[in-house]
Ligand binder design. Structure first.
Ligand code: KIV
Length: 279
């Protein structure tokens, strides 16, 4: 069944948990969709896990659109969330609406996500008024890594926790249909989840959030540059891939791949004719 923002609202109402995973390409999107995951986030985390940058601040609109289009082509039922990159919405309300529109019109996404609370509420309101659903993202917002001084858990003091609660209220009030809570203490995530009518999607937050999201390379063991505490490794696909690459390397170097099974035949008479003409 096709997932929409209305599905998210209904699931929160019914007390059903929402699953979200990242994907950045056609083949992975097909696998995630086939697994029945409710939503695929084309996250700007692709800066790290796909492009090898140290953080997400160098990711551009063009990078994002390229990957969003591929994911949309591979998705049948999951709600595709396009992540708005650094400087695509902070600069002005106009830029925010214009760039969000590109993800829907050119990319084919179902909605957009952007980071921040009180300070981006006008952007959220304007994007929603333009007919584009917005998923907010508060707490540890990776595009602000240079302000935080690293990937640090947020909301551990009375002041910072109160700020995150204000952010949660502001994004709901501005019209966001859901909010990602990243890198905050579990009890704070629970307070916010109970306080809001829109679903909360946790990552490094709490099992009581209305849904959960993870970066797929983290949870299948394909990315090891940096593994946050909140990542559960469900499989070690990275090891399986390295083992396959090693076997292939050995067989190529030993001259045993490809065997007849993996090659094409030609009619004997055609071959004789070719050989005769080459003489
Ligand atoms: O970019 C991303 O993948 C994200 C998730 C970590 C929530 O924003």
């Amino acid at each position: 069944m096709k997932n929409t923002t209305a599905t998210f609202a209904q699931m929160k109402k019914n007390g059903e948990k929402i699953s979200m995973l990242t994907a950045y390409d056609y083949s992975t999107a097909k696998l995630v969709d086939k697994a029945g995951i409710n939503s695929i986030l084309v996250g700007d985390s692709l800066g790290m896990v796909m492009l090898g940058y140290p953080d997400s601040t160098r990711v551009t609109m063009e990078d994002m659109l390229h990957h969003v289009k591929a994911v949309v082509r591979g998705t049948e039922n999951a709600l595709v969330v396009a992540d708005m990159p650094f400087m695509s919405y902070q600069t002005s309300v106009y830029d925010a609406v214009k760039n969000a529109g590109r993800f829907i019109q050119e990319g084919g996404a179902g909605c957009v996500k952007l980071e921040g609370g009180v300070e981006v509420k006008e952007q959220i309101r304007a994007i929603v008024n333009a007919g584009i659903p917005v998923c907010a993202h508060i707490g540890l917002t990776p595009q602000s890594i240079n302000v935080f001084g690293g990937f640090k858990v947020q909301g551990k003091t009375v002041e910072t926790a109160k700020k995150i609660i204000e952010d949660a209220k502001a994004v709901q009030e501005a019209g966001a249909f859901a909010v990602v809570l990243e890198g905050i203490p579990a009890p704070l995530a629970d307070i916010i989840t109970n306080m809001l009518t829109i679903p909360t999607i946790g990552i490094g937050a709490s099992k009581n959030c209305d849904g959960q999201v993870l970066v797929y390379q983290d949870m299948v063991g394909m990315y090891s540059d940096f593994t946050p505490k909140f990542v559960k490794r469900y499989e070690n696909v990275g090891e399986v891939m390295t083992s396959a690459f090693k076997k292939y390397d050995e067989e190529v170097k030993a001259g045993v791949f490809p065997t007849e099974e993996y090659t094409y035949k030609i009619d004997e008479n055609v071959l004789k004719e070719i050989e005769a003409q080459l003489k």
